[in-house]
Ligand binder design. Structure first.
Ligand SMILES: NC(=O)C1=CN([C@@H]2O[C@H](COP(=O)(O)OP(=O)(O)OC[C@H]3O[C@@H](n4cnc5c(N)ncnc54)[C@H](OP(=O)(O)O)[C@@H]3O)[C@@H](O)[C@H]2O)C=CC1
Ligand SMILES: O=C(O)C1=N[C@H](C(=O)O)C[C@H](O)C1
Length: 266
């Protein structure tokens, strides 16, 4: 598949700007427009800090998605806007590739149904880093043998959603093989609220936010006399870009929504 026409939403963001660089440096995708909160009508290269690209910026997502001839929308914005953009894209026959996290289950269900109804391929991937996808798969495997598990995710302090989309997805994958049960002492209490973290069927998720971090997760399993830790670190946002490119290429052959990059990997 070559010359896939892409719109990027969130071009000034940490991920969006990395996606522009990725598009500029490869040959299967071309940038045809951007959706941003500002700079309406400007071209990308006129915005300070953005690459030398000629695509026009729209602040009106509905206008962009109905006017511009595009194959895919790569959304890297905020939970609320990501959902709206994905919905608009599907309605306009533009395939969403969504990295934005923080969607509710209801929103995911609605987008899944809409994509099927309109037969518009859609990828929503809470983590595009190949190493993170493997970390989640290894965790699912380990949970078959070690059902006592806690997830610790660590991110930069500008992140809006907690827990991370990756932690939620990891818990969902583990849920497929782990019977729901309470962990820790049956009489344990929290003397400080939140000390034991968020609870998913007895599994705990702990979220850390600090400057200096990018995106990191440890899944810690406990057994009799042993522990096992599965760990992944994104130390640069370039780590996500091969997954974004793969999803943009593979979404062209889909007519349903897939949630998670693992469905696109061999
Ligand atoms: N799936 C994955 O692999 C990854 C997913 N993410 C997710 O991607 C999303 C973006 O992350 P990140 O780049 O770090 O965040 P940033 O805050 O750096 O970027 C978000 C960008 O979206 C812009 N924005 C806000 N509202 C709109 C709108 N209505 N239309 C267009 N653009 C808008 C923001 O503009 P302004 O600042 O002016 O408001 C900002 O430039 C998050 O949900 C994050 O969790 C992050 C890393 C990897
Ligand atoms: O906001 C981020 O940075 C990241 N968000 C995604 C998530 O919520 O899991 C993916 C990655 O962890 C980076």
């Amino acid at each position: 598949m070559s010359n896939i026409k892409a719109i990027v939403a969130g071009p000034r963001g940490k991920m969006g700007s990395e996606a522009l660089k990725m598009i500029q440096n490869q040959s299967t995708l071309s940038l045809v427009a951007c959706i941003d909160r500002m700079n309406d009508g400007m071209v990308v290269k006129e915005v300070e800090g953005l690459p030398d690209m000629d695509a026009v910026i729209y602040t009106d997502a509905a206008k962009c998605l109905s006017e511009v001839e595009a194959d895919v929308l790569i959304d890297l914005t905020t939970p609320e806007n990501g959902y709206t953009h994905a919905k608009l894209a599907i309605e306009n026959g533009v395939r969403p590739v969504v990295g934005t996290t923080g969607f509710t289950n209801e929103e995911l269900t609605e987008l899944t149904e809409l994509a099927s109804e309109k037969r518009v391929g859609t990828v929503i991937a809470p983590n595009f880093a190949i190493g993170a996808v493997l970390m989640m798969q290894f965790s699912k495997w380990a949970a078959k043998h070690f059902p006592e598990v806690e997830i610790i995710e660590k991110h930069h302090d500008q992140k809006l959603d907690a827990p991370s989309g990756t932690a939620i997805k990891t818990a969902e994958l583990i849920k497929e093989v782990r019977e729901s049960h309470k962990q820790g002492h049956e009489n344990e209490t929290e003397t400080l609220q939140g000390a034991r973290g968020a609870d998913v069927e007895g599994m705990k998720i702990h979220s850390m936010r600090l400057p200096g971090l990018v995106a990191h997760q440890e899944v810690v399993f406990g057994g009799l006399g042993e522990t096992l830790t599965v760990k992944h670190d994104s130390i640069h946002r370039a780590s996500f870009m091969s997954g974004v490119k793969l999803a943009a290429e593979r979404v062209m052959d889909l007519d349903i929504l897939v949630y998670g990059l693992e469905h696109l990997l061999d």
